[in-house]
Design a protein around this ligand. Structure first.
Ligand code: COA
Length: 283
């Protein structure tokens, strides 16, 4: 597929690994996650991991991954530092959007924390669904993890969560940074089936977990408040300890009432400077 006169986009191949590791070496002070996921991405037939070439040299990559009915997740955009500000990222994104549109997807979503990327996505028409700050609570010994509800409890939990203060700050989605789905009773049920819901006493608070990126328990959404929520937050720190993990990370929209409960439960800002955002484009 030609995107500009000189840019060719094609699937990434195993033989591209060395070049792609070179491109990612100076991203995020060497902490890019692509080297860790390269083998999985290159062999995953359920997504498109694409490379852009100029004169036979790979200069950029991106990945487009269907993850829920009608939804496609956009990730892994990297342009070699030697080739930036020439419109390569914009051309690749345009091609990805066009492809997803042609395949009949309803919406493309993504997560980012980077200023240049925010500029790129906003100028391409993506709208911000949610802003999130990172909180962290260290593991604590000795207590009981909280209850994992049965999927049949989802409708009741949803009526608590949907009326919970601050829920509107989530923009109608569960902000899982690996693929944000619409937030509703059906999603709660799906997460409960996967064992990713934790509830407080009387079902008056809950935490939704996501697949973590490191040695931690990762929380993408909190609902409920006060004593019930504080019990869940503390129990997550017990759970991290019981699972041999270092800490719990929680993504929370700034200004959410659970900030007070996090502080009261021994959590602090893991990264006060930078927010993460989830964006969406209707196709
Ligand atoms: C973000 C990145 C992909 C942009 O690639 P690029 O090919 O240089 O981007 P383009 O030349 O296509 O620029 C497209 C738009 O992005 C924005 N942009 C790109 N670089 C920018 C920068 N340094 N500062 C501010 N805005 C920037 C601008 O809006 C730009 O449009 P303009 O040139 O009309 O002003 C590249 O800088 C990169 O790989 N960064 C490291 C990894 C990363 O942050 N990836 C995104 C993760 S979601």
């Amino acid at each position: 597929m030609e995107t500009t006169d000189e840019l060719t986009v094609r699937p990434v191949r195993p033989a591209d690994e060395a070049r792609i590791l070179e491109i990612t070496k100076d991203v995020w002070e060497g902490r890019d996650y692509i080297p860790r996921v390269f083998d999985r991405w290159v062999s995953d037939a359920g997504a498109e991991f694409q490379a852009a070439e100029i004169d036979g040299e790979v200069v950029a990559v991106q990945r487009i991954r269907p993850y829920a009915p009608g939804l496609v997740w956009y990730e892994g955009l990297r342009v070699a530092s030697t080739h930036r500000r020439r419109g390569i990222a914009r051309a690749m994104l345009d091609a990805a959007v066009e492809e997803a549109r042609q395949q009949g997807f309803r919406e493309m979503r993504l997560a980012t924390r980077d200023r240049p990327a925010v500029e790129l996505f906003e100028s391409a028409g993506f709208r911000r669904l949610v802003e999130m700050r990172w909180w962290r609570g260290l593991r604590v010994e000795g207590g009981e993890p909280s209850r994992i509800p049965d999927p049949s409890e989802a409708p009741r939990l949803w009526s608590m969560a949907s009326a919970s203060k601050g829920i509107e700050l989530y923009g109608g989605i569960c902000p899982d940074m690996n693929g944000a789905r619409d937030l509703d009773a059906h999603e709660l049920e799906r997460l409960a089936r996967e064992g990713l819901v934790r509830v407080g006493p009387g079902g008056r608070a809950l935490a939704l977990l996501r697949e973590p990126w490191g040695q931690n328990v990762a929380v993408s959404l909190l609902a409920g408040s006060g004593g019930a929520l504080r019990e869940v937050l503390l129990a997550l720190r017990f759970e991290a300890d019981a699972d041999g993990l270092k800490h719990v990370t929680v993504n929370l929209p700034p200004g959410h009432p659970a900030e007070d409960d996090l502080r009261a439960s021994g959590y602090d800002f893991a990264d006060a400077e930078r927010s993460a955002y989830i964006y969406a484009l209707t196709l």
